[in-house]
Ligand binder design. Structure first.
Ligand code: FAD
Length: 356
């Protein structure tokens, strides 16, 4: 293993937590690598490019797509090495303390410290199941809303009762001809304010109801034209004509990386890392940030991911350089940012001079 192949910090996952960890690691002058399974950075935020995000401190309402763009820009500020299309399947810590990360491609990555920021792992949406037909595919069945305008003036059925289904019902109600929300349980399972908004809107909520059959066209491309719904408590059937269907039944999650790591990491339900507010795990030098990390008082939001990432990186810095400050100084103290600050200030002064 050549010394120059060993990174100070390797971040697994390029979502909100991974990108902020990359920024922060650069701020702390560490040689940084980000490894992402997908072909693009952004993580879960890519599920909701056109949803508004209201709860990131200091940022007015912003679409998921804008937040991805800004997060990537920030994450790449200090030019970390970025490896895309690379799935890490396991890692080991060698006797000299170096971590060896094993990728599905056969590639190995070496690092002095690691931040696991894999969110909910590798996600694959649960497909709609129709009895006797298994996973059902049709061109108007969607598992995420990529472009809102594709749904404009249409009749849309959303199946699901969690935050994602509720958020989409609220967003789409403004532009669709009609939105139905079908849920197998009696009560919705989301943020109170969003449920209240939904129940006072024109969205027709059908509780204790499942999609029991689909009628499709005879064309080359399968399109669902009518949906059969069954009320679970009475067996009563309803038939609705639809233009588009959105299925939010959750995800199959592959978190095998967490189980395939040696020494073993303390886990919760094999899906999350049991750690602490500093991003520390049960393995020295191995940190976690974002949705994958659990501790008392954890904020399971983007804002929480940022805090985890900064804390984890500060700890990693301390491992590598024990005399380094345990927390970063304010960002303007970084030499690279100091130089950019001067340029930005000059530009701002130029702009304000021109406006006089
Ligand atoms: C529909 C929806 C709406 C939301 N709305 C809001 C909101 O309004 N405000 C808010 O604060 N939060 C919101 N959230 C939650 C927020 O998106 C998450 O808390 C945040 O994105 C978590 O970031 P993360 O980096 O921890 O994980 P992720 O964004 O999930 O990123 C993890 C990354 O790791 C990669 N990865 C996984 N396993 C591997 C592996 N083995 N090897 C390599 N790469 C791997 C994944 O491909 C992924 O890119 C919402 C979530 C959803 C689903």
């Amino acid at each position: 293993m050549e010394q120059n192949n060993i990174f100070d910090v390797t971040i697994i996952g390029g979502g909100a937590a991974g990108l902020f960890a990359a920024f922060y690691s650069g701020l702390r002058d560490m040689k940084t690598k980000v490894i992402e399974y997908k072909s693009v950075l952004g993580g879960k935020m890519r599920v909701y490019p056109e949803k508004m995000v209201w709860d990131v401190g200091g940022i007015p309402p912003i679409t998921g797509a804008q937040l991805i763009e800004q997060s990537i820009q920030q994450g790449l500020t200090f030019d970390p090495e970025v490896v895309l299309n690379e799935r890490i399947d396991g890692l080991t810590k060698t006797d000299d303390g170096t971590f060896v990360l094993k990728a599905a491609s056969g590639q190995k990555h070496y690092s002095k410290t690691v931040v696991i920021a894999v969110g909910s792992g590798i996600l694959d949406p649960k497909k709609i199941q129709i009895q006797g037909k298994g996973d059902y595919e049709a061109s108007n069945i969607h598992y995420a809303v990529e472009t809102l305008k594709d749904f404009k003036d249409k009749t849309v059925i959303i199946s699901g009762g969690g935050n994602t289904a509720i958020d989409w019902a609220n967003e789409l109600e403004r532009i669709c001809k009609k939105v139905y929300l079908i849920y197998r349980k009696e009560a919705l399972d989301g943020h109170e304010a969003m449920i209240k908004h939904l129940l006072s809107s024109t969205v027709e909520f059908m509780p204790e109801t499942i999609i029991s059959n689909l009628k499709t066209n005879d064309g080359e491309q399968t399109i669902v034209e009518q949906v059969e719904l069954t009320k679970q408590t009475t067996g009563e059937k309803t038939f609705l004509d639809v233009d588009e269907m959105i299925i939010n039944h959750g995800y199959h999650r592959d978190t095998s990386l967490l189980k395939n790591s040696r020494p073993a990491i303390n886990l919760l339900d094999d899906l999350y890392i049991k750690g602490n507010v500093n991003g520390e795990t049960s393995v020295n030098g191995l940190y976690a940030a974002g949705d994958v990390l659990r501790f008392d008082g954890k904020l399971e939001l983007i804002a929480g991911a940022y805090q985890d990432a900064a804390n984890a990186v500060n700890k990693a810095k301390h491992d590598i350089k024990p005399d380094a400050r345990t927390i970063a100084m304010v960002s303007t103290h970084n030499d690279k940012l100091k130089a950019w600050n001067r340029e930005l200030m000059d530009e701002m002064l130029d702009d304000s001079n021109q406006s006089f």
